[in-house]
Design a protein around this ligand. Structure first.
Ligand code: PMP
Length: 385
């Protein structure tokens, strides 16, 4: 017999859609994949044989130093002893869930939120409390009301959120920090997209940097800037949480892949990392603008959206709320187009079933145009089109 919690193990819709998207000739707006041409095979020359030996659970010391230095530059008060290198930031979500969630534990989330975090929190039996995410941050009245229900922690993605692409403004960052401090509720701030910024005027200072009393865990990753296949991410935790997270990491996988850590560190120290980020932003800004233009041309009158100031996604709300995008998906896949329906991103009802998430980083301009034309066609043909 498997454990009782396995009953709560849902398959991730995104994995199923991504599997379909692998078919030759498919245009995929479904995943959150970097553009393939930005992934360069690293130079393996000079890799020391010592990276093949077991290493420290905390991560490579020099990489911890580099991460702490970057974090201080973004305003986080921390040192390297608070940095834990992870097997992707997804592992941080898993470790936090293991640390904090028993069956029935309340957890405060944005609605919509990151699908794979929801999957993990559900697996451990969390009672997910949702706060609607609005254009400039969460609905503060509802956020306060949910905090009064004493969640074990709040999981937020304030900067270029997945799936909505939204970025909290300064007032919402300040207000959320003040509420969390007042309630002394722990913040888990997930920040994988912060470097993919196209409109630099947005405030990206982490909310963790504003906290005075509430415990916090900040999650970062090199997946979106260097290569997701390296599986190198990190967490930075307030000092009282760090030893527990470290022990959970030890129990889970001893330590992260040392070769991946070494390659990331070399890129940070010797590669032109700022130049690489600048090129990445220019490429993705361009693709975002192309998708925005194609959306306006093909879907005008059928849907509405905000142009995201950063990140990898457009969040589309169909004008006809009666259309469930889950029922559109099989028809789209049949015609060679993949997207993510909106409903699975919601922690609790009511969900916006007429929403969808569209990725713009992975498709070349021609596919992007064709895909958008297909989507427009599909929506016009749908019964409520
Ligand atoms: N958090 C969010 C919000 C994400 O979108 C992703 C990747 N899609 C992750 C965490 C996990 O990223 P990784 O494990 O590759 O660092």
């Amino acid at each position: 017999m498997v454990s009782r919690r396995v009953e709560r193990l849902t398959s991730s819709l995104i994995r199923d859609v991504l599997a379909a998207a692998q078919r030759p000739g498919m245009i995929s707006f479904a995943g959150g994949l970097p553009a393939s041409e930005t992934l360069q095979l690293p130079d393996f020359a000079g890799v020391p044989a010592s990276v093949l030996q077991y290493g420290p659970s905390e991560g490579e010391p020099a990489l911890r130093d580099a991460v702490a230095e970057q974090a201080r530059q973004m305003g986080l008060r921390c040192d390297a002893s608070q940095v834990l290198i992870l097997t992707g930031s997804q592992q941080g979500i898993d470790l936090v869930a293991k640390l904090m969630i028993d069956p029935g534990t309340p957890v405060l989330l944005e609605a919509p939120t990151y699908l794979a975090a929801l999957q993990s929190f559900h697996f451990f039996g969390a009672d997910c409390l949702a706060t609607p995410l609005e254009a400039n941050g969460p609905d503060l009245v509802q956020f306060r009301a949910q905090l009064a229900r004493r969640p074990a922690f709040s999981y937020l993605i304030p900067t270029f959120q997945n799936p909505s692409g939204r970025c909290y403004d300064r007032a919402h960052r300040d207000a959320v920090a003040a509420e969390l401090d007042a309630a002394q509720v722990m913040l888990v701030e997930d920040d994988p997209y912060r470097e993919l910024v196209y409109d630099p005027s947005c405030d990206r200072t982490p909310i963790c940097a504003r906290l005075e009393r509430a415990p916090w865990v900040y999650l970062g990753t090199f997946s979106k800037t260097l290569a997701p296949g390296l599986r190198v991410g990190y967490l930075i935790a307030s000092p009282e949480l760090f030893p527990l997270l470290l022990r959970l990491k030890q129990a889970s996988d001893l330590h992260s892949n040392r070769l991946g850590q070494w390659l990331v560190l070399r890129q940070l120290e010797q590669g032109d990392y700022p130049g690489h980020l600048a090129r990445l932003r220019a490429l993705y800004r361009d693709r975002r603008d192309q998708m925005h233009a194609a959306l306006s041309a093909e879907l005008g009158g059928l849907a509405h959206w905000q142009c995201p100031p950063g990140g990898l996604f457009f969040w589309l709300q169909l004008n006809h709320e009666g259309v469930d995008t889950r029922t559109l998906l099989p028809k789209a896949l049949e015609r060679g187009l993949a997207f993510m329906p909106g409903e699975p991103f919601f922690p609790a009802a009511p969900a916006a079933a007429s929403a969808m998430r569209l990725n713009f980083s992975h498709s070349d301009p021609a596919s992007l145009q064709r895909g958008m034309a297909l989507l427009g066609q599909l929506l016009r043909e749908s019964p409520a089109g």
